[in-house]
Write a protein that binds this ligand. Structure first.
Ligand SMILES: CC(C)C(=O)/C=C\C(C(=O)O)=C(\O)C(=O)O
Ligand SMILES: [Fe+2]
Length: 286
């Protein structure tokens, strides 16, 4: 079984790196960690980077997950290969661009591009926000799925993800104690459905609501509270239509052995217990 430790980074293609930088620093609040030939690295926590914009097609989206060590990476490559997933062994140059020791790439059953990485770099310097959004770190992703039941089996049986809760057929899955690191949302094609950063307090969520409204950043859901993880949240849209989420107060699963996933209906109240309705997100809005 592939033992995922944590989500590590997201790589997003963008035709306009200047616009991406502007949004990431003045709206989202990430810190520029450097730029390469066609790469813009951004930090949100102690890691050297957690988001990288690369010049190119916005449909090129990748999520990186950390595995324990080189042996685990090689085991993962064999497992995926045996199951018929084409596995790309990252070159030294590609690994350097990702600030990791080594990595492999493959596609999940929907076609999402996934990378497994060993020894992602941390920074000796603390994260210093470009705007005071209160970000404490990159925490989870929503992934599109053309068949959530099939993909849930991939993430839970081929990998070590465990379902914390379900909303309709959307599984919210953890790979460590945090309520979820991956959510699978039904969609017609592969892609990242949303990118979550944790913030320090509910005040940060609400402050950003007013701040982003002032900046004319489209708010697509919230402020609200998820009955699933208990988190207070705000979703807004960034360059190339990518949805970003701030949230605070995500539950931790206290007892791995006894936790049973709860089933929530596929209805607005399951996404927000305060009554906020998603607008422009592929979720039930009425
Ligand atoms: C998948 C939808 C968008 C969702 O937001 C559902 C719940 C939660 C939560 O319980 O915190 C998320 O943040 C999430 O799954 O991303
Ligand atoms: Fe989320």
């Amino acid at each position: 079984m592939i033992q995922l430790k944590d989500v590590s980074y997201v790589r997003l293609g963008s035709p306009d790196l200047e616009q991406a930088e502007q949004f990431a620093t003045t709206c989202l609040g990430l810190q520029i960690a450097g730029s390469g030939k066609a790469d813009l690295y951004l930090r949100s926590d102690a890691r050297a980077h957690t988001l990288c914009y690369t010049e190119g097609d916005p449909r090129r989206q990748t999520v990186g997950f950390e595995v324990e060590d080189e042996a685990s990476l090689q085991d993962a490559a064999s497992t995926l290969d045996a199951l018929g997933h084409a596995v790309h062994a990252g070159t030294a140059e590609e690994a350097e661009r990702r600030k990791v020791k080594s990595f492999i790439g493959f596609r999940d059953p929907t076609g999402n591009h996934i990378e497994l990485v060993v020894r992602p770099e941390r920074s000796g310097r603390r994260y210093f926000a470009s705007r005071d959004a209160g970000i404490t770190g990159f925490s989870h992703v929503g992934l599109n799925s053309t068949d959530p039941a099939r993909d849930e089996l991939f993430w839970t049986q081929v990998c070590n993800a465990r379902v914390s809760d379900r909303i309709g057929d959307i599984p919210l899955m953890r790979v460590n104690a945090i309520h979820h690191t991956i959510a699978l949302v039904r969609a017609p094609q592969a892609g990242i459905q949303h990118i979550n950063h944790q913030v320090e307090s509910s005040d940060d969520v609400l402050r950003s609501y007013y701040f982003l409204n002032d900046k004319r950043v489209p708010i697509v859901f919230g402020p609200g509270r998820h009955p699933t993880s208990g988190a207070r949240f705000l979703y807004f849209s960034g360059p190339d239509g990518m949805i970003f989420e701030y949230s605070v107060g995500v539950d931790e699963i206290e007892d791995e052995a006894t936790h049973r996933p709860r089933q929530f209906g596929f209805e607005p109240a399951s996404f927000c217990m305060w009554g906020s309705r998603p607008a422009g997100m592929a979720l039930p809005s009425t």
